[in-house]
Design a protein around this ligand. Structure first.
Ligand SMILES: Nc1ncnc2c1ncn2[C@@H]1O[C@H](COP(=O)(O)OP(=O)(O)OP(=O)(O)O)[C@@H](O)[C@H]1O
Ligand SMILES: [Mg+2]
Length: 213
């Protein structure tokens, strides 16, 4: 059996109140997993825990077999730069720069090349010279997806990646993400409230009543 890319064991977290307790799941290479749940159920928090940005109150997260709480700052930094790609719920692009410059920043850091075919698939190739501020929300979202995939991450963490998109474009984006995972030794962890998009993944979990089912 191939080694899990991600293993979450007995993860619990609270802010003011308990968000979720005893969350367990793993992600294998070529696998896509969706986590659904209502607004405020803790989906983004769980994604940020799995992607090194929040330390859980309890439990363990392993990425590529390494326990996160045992890693040095430098090793977490390297994981973030080379191994994981995060598509944020609210995309973070540099507004004054062109779409192409935004993607290049990511590939420069990771040492990868931008693939024209990816830009074509996302239907943004013709927009790459424009400044981010001149693009629509959905176009910006697709640029941020190109930026993340161009790094060639081993895990993609995607938080509502289709949130600003019409159904047809959302399906196109999901196909790009799922194809990437099939074609690379990579996994996708998607969080969304859109059950239709979630159903396209290999597995679907639900955050409900503070547990993952
Ligand atoms: N940094 C924080 N400090 C305090 N409370 C927080 C913090 N981040 C999130 N919360 C709270 O935790 C709860 C879950 O938030 P989270 O963003 O994980 O939900 P979500 O399931 O992603 O919701 P949505 O579908 O609206 O994106 C919310 O009640 C939120 O107010
Ligand atoms: Mg969220």
């Amino acid at each position: 059996m191939s080694q899990a890319l991600l293993e979450a064991t007995a993860v619990s977290h609270s802010f003011d109140t308990l968000l979720f307790a005893n969350v367990n799941f793993s992600l294998l290479p070529h696998q896509s997993t969706a986590i659904i749940g209502r607004s405020g159920s803790g989906k983004s928090t769980l994604l940020h825990i799995c992607s090194t940005f929040i330390k859980p109150d309890e439990g363990s997260v392993k990425l590529f077999g390494k326990e996160l709480s045992a890693q040095s700052d430098a090793s977490i930094e390297a994981l973030r730069r080379y191994d994981i790609g995060i598509i944020f719920q609210f995309h973070y692009l540099f507004k004054g720069m062109s779409a192409m410059d935004n993607v290049e920043v990511a590939t420069m850091l990771s040492g990868e090349k931008i693939e024209e075919a990816l830009l074509e698939k996302l239907e943004i190739k013709e927009l790459m010279g424009q400044r981010i501020g001149e693009l629509s929300g959905g176009q910006q979202q697709r640029v941020s997806i190109a930026r993340v995939l161009s790094k060639k991450p081993r895990i993609i963490f995607a938080d509502e990646p289709t949130g600003n998109l019409d159904k047809e474009t959302a399906k196109l984006v999901m196909d790009v993400l799922l194809d990437y995972v099939k074609e690379n030794e990579s996994g996708l962890l998607l969080v969304t409230h859109d059950e239709q998009m979630a159903e396209l993944c290999d597995r679907v979990f639900k955050l409900q009543d503070k547990v993952l089912v």
